[in-house]
Design a protein around this ligand. Structure first.
Ligand SMILES: Cc1cc2nc3c(=O)[nH]c(=O)nc-3n(C[C@H](O)[C@H](O)[C@H](O)COP(=O)(O)OP(=O)(O)OC[C@H]3O[C@@H](n4cnc5c(N)ncnc54)[C@H](O)[C@@H]3O)c2cc1C
Length: 417
């Protein structure tokens, strides 16, 4: 049984950075990865372009959420970590590996626009540092045992046992399990008596209560608009689906929907005209004019008046909702026009659930921060144990904040193990 200075479970974003930093400091590093490929999830990030970090780190409380505990203390933890290894440190770190980056609206990407280049150069650095990465090995159990006179970690797979002085849990959460993240890390944490806050899917589509024929009809439709829940709004590109709503603004909003966990329903609304700077009044007046100018109101379909500025499937959904599908222009009286316009700007949403871990980009919740040292990610419960990345109770919004968190925590652990 070979013994290592450091064993890292998970060759994802945080594990690879931690391994590189530890090996640069002379540690013998073994990374165990259950997937055939290392960095499997990184390939999928930023739609295959890998949104590494973000230039905007102001107002961290809006960028990062923690589920449990004292909000100020947790925020201090997050800001301590990000001050020690910041977005510019990430950019420098990758520049050292040979990755040049650019930023668009603050979102930072590799200049290649290929997430694969990030994985390739991380793995090349790992190879040159002689880090031993073993793929297709699922760690099933971890323990601390006395071997000789020393306490060591024993890391078990189905066929092997590995020994190390230090153990780093970099197994990610439960989001998008197709990339290997099935929540194993939570069992390891529990076996070391670490407390976990409630975990649930984050940055994910949302299920809504809506008539089946409306959901079926609008499924696949994209539009640029906004969503509003509880006075908070998000603007961007949406996708309407056969279970509800998806797209980046919905992902961002999903982080505000924790109440769904206690079976509460959340009310909100969609504005289908988010990119037009027009008011309800202006659209009403526009339609009243169109009705007046219509040459054949008895023959002309009412939907024709709206299809110049609204997707036809959305018009269909609004007409279904009002029970006026197939009506002609002559039926469009001012009151009905007002009702139609009201639905264009404030389409009611009853959100009933998250669309699940399968479609989530991150996991909310995880190892509670009060049991971790923010300067090096070491456990306060078990000596020589480190916890990094998405396993911790920190969730970033879309925009590179989650990878930044993985890199920052990976760097701090790697330099200190
Ligand atoms: C589709 C998608 C797009 C995303 N896009 C972005 C983006 O553009 N920007 C951004 O900031 N964030 C993005 N994220 C989130 C980001 O990818 C994660 O937050 C980040 O990868 C977490 O890093 P991690 O190291 O904690 O875990 P991961 O990168 O998930 O790595 C964990 C690794 O541990 C391995 N593992 C787990 N259990 C075991 C076990 N028992 N034995 C051995 N190995 C194990 C897994 O196979 C996995 O490879 C995206 C996520 C998804 C799903």
């Amino acid at each position: 049984m070979r013994s290592y200075g450091v064993i890292i479970i998970g060759a994802g974003a945080s594990g690879l950075v931690a391994g590189i930093c530890a090996a640069r400091r002379g540690k013998s590093v073994l990374i165990l990865e259950k997937q055939e490929k290392s960095g499997h999830k990184i390939y999928a990030t930023g739609n295959g372009k890998c949104n590494l970090t973000n230039m905007d780190m102001d107002n961290l409380d809006e960028k990062y959420k923690v589920v449990l505990g004292d909000k100020d203390e947790n925020l201090e933890f997050v800001s301590n970590v990000l001050n020690r290894f910041s977005n510019s440190d990430t950019i420098e770190f990758f520049k050292d590996l040979g990755i040049l980056t650019y930023s668009r609206n603050g979102y930072v990407y590799p200049n290649s626009n290929q997430a694969s280049s990030v994985v390739k150069l991380l793995l090349e650095e790992a190879r040159s540092l002689k880090i031993n990465i073993i793929n297709s090995v699922r760690v099933s159990r971890v323990s601390i045992e006395v071997v000789g006179k020393r306490e060591v970690f024993k890391v078990y797979s189905d066929s092997e046992t590995y020994l190390s002085e230090k153990l780093c849990l970099a197994c990610g959460g439960k989001a998008s399990p197709v990339y290997g993240t099935e929540g194993d890390g939570y069992d390891f944490l529990k076996s070391f008596n670490h407390k976990l806050s409630q975990i649930y899917p984050g940055l994910c589509p949302l299920k809504i209560k809506e008539e089946k024929n409306i959901l079926k009809g609008w499924s696949g439709t994209r539009f640029y608009g906004s969503i509003c829940i509880d006075g908070k709004s998000e603007v961007g590109e949406f996708v309407l689906t056969d279970y509800g709503i998806s797209g980046i603004p919905v992902f961002q909003m999903s982080l505000q929907c924790k109440e769904l966990l206690s079976n509460k329903r959340i009310m909100g609304s969609l504005n289908f005209l988010g990119d037009l700077s027009v008011t309800e009044r202006e659209i009403c007046d526009f339609l009243l004019d169109e009705v007046k100018n219509c040459k054949e109101p008895l023959l002309c379909d009412a939907s024709v008046l709206l299809c110049g500025f609204l997707n036809e499937k959305i018009i269909d959904a609004i007409f279904k909702k009002l029970g006026i599908r197939g009506i002609k222009v002559d039926m469009l009286n001012p009151d009905l026009i007002k009702q139609i316009v009201s639905l264009i700007f404030n389409y009611p949403l009853e959100i009933i659930d998250f669309h699940g871990f399968e479609r989530a980009q991150v996991t909310c919740g995880g190892a509670v921060l009060s049991e971790i040292n923010c300067e090096n990610m070491s456990s306060k419960i078990v000596d020589n144990l480190y916890v990094i990345g998405e396993l911790l109770d920190v969730t970033g919004i879309c925009g590179g904040y989650n990878l930044q968190w993985a890199f920052s925590t990976g760097y701090l652990a790697g330099c200190n193990m």
